[in-house]
Design a protein around this ligand. Structure first.
Ligand SMILES: [Zn+2]
Length: 324
């Protein structure tokens, strides 16, 4: 069996029972370390309900990821843009992100949109999507490259969650193998994600645990004036950061940093920046991403206050959409 990500050789590492009845072999790639099951012949049975009914963490996880996502979107992306939650299930995440003030849409070919009705994604209506989210989706994919390609046709940036496969590979039962529901068939290492980023010629930022960003954009962090983030950035000894303290005194567009109306410091790549600065930028993005994924609260609270949408306004928007 060849690796479905990088086409290298794989090695069978164990067999385990799926859906309490099928003996299924798991193969690991000798190059990118991706772990895949044998061809999943049991999926029809596994998806008798499209939602995994044993998923008791669904609400908690949506809240938890909405915080992280809000902090990341607010720090790296244009918050006035439109966003899509791919494989968005019942619409919980979409509704939550709309409540926070993001223009979010839902898409899921297999599940009924229960609570984000009126905000179904249609390419013709929303041609520009700033970023797509795909939570707890990649481990379900029979062909992660095909789905990644499809998502990159919608947006230049994909923020997704999937638990990184520990090293050494855990013996079953490991909770993430999900053998009782049989829906998890693909397991990734950071090395696998780097391979995917190489294939699509994009950048990868990851918290190394479960949250990952693939982006074709040269993203620039809007660094917020919070002591923790400021100290973090200073501690990186980033070569372009020396002007930070000066720009904290007053807005000055001639400088590398300035305040914008939302009281953010925006880092601007300028003529002063050499190529070395850009490799530093990637390192900085990675550190900021990792920081936000682990400590979303401060930025999440800023985002919530800045973007706050009146629920009533969104209700009017919803009524307009339903009437059309
Ligand atoms: Zn591979």
């Amino acid at each position: 069996m060849k690796c479905i990500v990088c086409n290298s050789k794989t090695k069978e590492i164990f067999k385990t029972k799926i859906l309490s009845k099928y003996d299924v072999a798991f193969y690991q790639c000798t190059s990118c370390e991706f772990l895949q099951t044998e061809k999943p012949f049991w999926l029809k049975e596994a998806y008798q309900s499209s939602m995994n009914l044993t998923d008791t963490g669904v609400l908690d996880r949506n809240l938890f990821y909405s915080k992280k996502t809000a902090a990341i979107l607010f720090s790296f992306f244009d918050t006035s843009g439109s966003f899509l939650d791919f494989a968005g299930g019942y619409g919980i995440f979409t509704r939550r992100m709309r409540d926070l003030g993001f223009d979010y849409y839902w898409d899921d070919p297999y599940t009924e949109n229960l609570i984000a009705k009126g905000f179904e994604y249609k390419k013709s209506k929303i041609p520009d999507v700033e970023l797509v989210t795909a939570f707890e989706t990649y481990e379900h994919l029979e062909d992660p490259l095909e789905t990644t390609e499809k998502l990159f046709k919608i947006s230049d940036s994909i923020l997704f969650s999937t638990a990184i496969l520990p090293d050494p590979v855990p013996d079953p039962p490991w909770w993430y193998y999900g053998t009782e529901h049989g829906q998890h068939i693909s397991f990734f290492r950071v090395k696998t994600l780097r391979k995917i980023a190489n294939i699509f010629k994009c950048n990868l930022y990851t918290d190394g645990k479960d949250l990952h960003l693939l982006t074709k954009k040269n993203i620039i962090p809007h660094i917020f004036i919070t002591n923790t983030v400021y100290e973090l950035i200073k501690s990186l000894n980033f070569s372009g950061i020396s002007r930070l303290s000066k720009s904290l005194i007053a807005p000055d567009k001639e400088k590398d940093f300035y305040f914008d109306l939302r009281n953010r410091i925006i880092f601007q790549p300028t003529k002063f920046m050499s190529k070395t600065h850009f490799s530093d930028m990637q390192e900085m993005n990675q550190k900021v991403f990792q920081y936000l994924a682990a400590n979303p609260d401060t930025i999440f609270n800023i985002a919530k206050n800045v973007l706050k949408r009146k629920t009533f306004d969104d209700m009017l928007e919803l009524q307009k959409r339903i009437n059309n």
